[in-house]
Design a binder for this molecule. Structure first.
Ligand code: SF4
Length: 363
């Protein structure tokens, strides 16, 4: 085997082979976002608290825990603060339902070589790895628990991959395997039951994907919905090409050209949003910018917030249909229509700062 694998590596390759190559083969450094750091900090809080509960039956204060990032340094205070807030919310409803006598392992590292023999996590012959947040076990049920801290829906493929890996390490033929995704942020629990058929299917899928990766000599960039979060955006040839290919005189005459244009547009939109963020930062630090004959600056626009319930009631009293005026979130009114009824509802309005917009200051 040329490479080592895990659920995240397989998933990343399937999303975009180039990002897999840059991260896991070329090993380009990856700055961690605050969201990732908070996730990692919450995992450490849970690990240390559950371990303390098992050994001493007590819950230590957060400040007594040893919370460190990947570089061995303490997490920044704002990261610990957010992680603590999530933990505080989670513990209210979840702590009492953790059955200590069922906990078999916490943050356990599992690794196998290509003969499916269990090996050390750092062994050079590792074929596949998984770090499992918690495993609860009673006589005939094995429950794999994975903590989530984001808003994404859990991925059932991850559940099957974990179950598959454990089935390689120990005999699970008479065991009912469950996996629970425990979201610390949304407090949502999602449980899947894993069957022998699932394990068999996922094994075939893993082998097929691994064969694909091992023989890939191109590692093409495949634009996808995660491009705007991709750490390699600046090194991505597809993204650079999208911008240098911008052609305003575009003529779409076939399905093929339409799809090409769609792909370019998609990538250009990501570029625009990234560029805006960087421009905002520059303008904040350096003042306005001059483009052509105009001078531009970012200014905060205002959101008009309205008491929706009273607004609807008042519209009905005055025989006005409120529906066309309401946005999907039912909180902001469409400005144009709203100006006609401003007098009617002006006492229901409050103003708050909205998004920052790039605005012409003077021509
Ligand atoms: S920006 Fe998108 S296409 Fe480019 S490497 Fe990243 S994920 Fe792949």
């Amino acid at each position: 085997m040329k490479y080592q694998y895990s659920y995240s590596r397989i998933k990343q390759y399937l999303q975009c082979p180039l990002s897999f190559k840059l991260q896991y083969i070329d090993k380009l450094p990856i700055p961690k976002s605050k969201a990732l750091l908070v996730g990692s900090c919450v995992h450490q809080i849970l690990e240390q608290i559950v371990k303390s509960l098992i050994t001493s039956g007590s819950i230590p204060e957060i400040f007594m825990l040893n919370l460190i990032d990947d570089n061995g340094l303490p997490f920044q205070p704002d990261v610990v603060e957010e992680a603590t807030m999530l933990w505080d919310k989670y513990k209210v409803s979840n702590l009492q339902i953790i059955k200590l006598h069922e906990i078999a392992s916490v943050e356990a590292e599992f690794a196998i070589d290509h003969n499916f023999k269990q090996v050390h996590w750092l062994d050079k012959n590792v074929f596949f790895r998984a770090k499992i947040d918690r495993i609860d076990e009673n006589e005939d049920i094995l429950n794999i628990i994975d903590y989530k801290t984001g808003y994404n829906e859990p991925d059932i493929f991850q559940a099957f991959v974990y179950a598959w890996l454990l089935s390689k390490i120990r005999d699970l033929s008479n065991t009912k395997i469950e996996i629970t995704f425990d979201n610390i942020r949304t407090l949502k629990h999602t449980k899947y039951i894993v069957s022998d058929g699932n394990i068999c299917d996922v094994e075939n899928f893993i082998f097929k994907t691994v064969a694909l990766i091992e023989t890939d000599d191109k590692f093409e960039a495949v634009p996808n919905e995660n491009c705007s979060f991709c750490h390699f955006y600046n090194d991505c040839p597809k993204m650079q090409r999208a911008i240098s290919n911008v052609n305003t005189d575009i003529n779409i005459t076939s399905q093929e050209l339409a799809e090409k244009a769609g792909e370019l547009l998609y990538m250009a939109e990501i570029w625009v949003s990234k560029c805006k963020d960087k421009l905002k930062k520059w303008v904040d630090e350096n003042g306005c910018v001059s483009i052509s004959t105009g001078t531009y600056q970012f200014t905060t626009c205002q959101n008009t917030i309205i008491d929706t319930e009273k607004f609807i009631q008042r519209c009905h009293e005055n025989h006005i249909n409120p529906n066309p005026m309401l946005n999907i979130d039912k909180a902001k009114l469409k400005q144009k229509q709203f100006s006609h009824i401003h007098e009617l509802v002006k006492d229901l309005i409050s103003i708050e700062d909205g998004a920052r917009i790039f605005k012409l200051l003077k021509a």
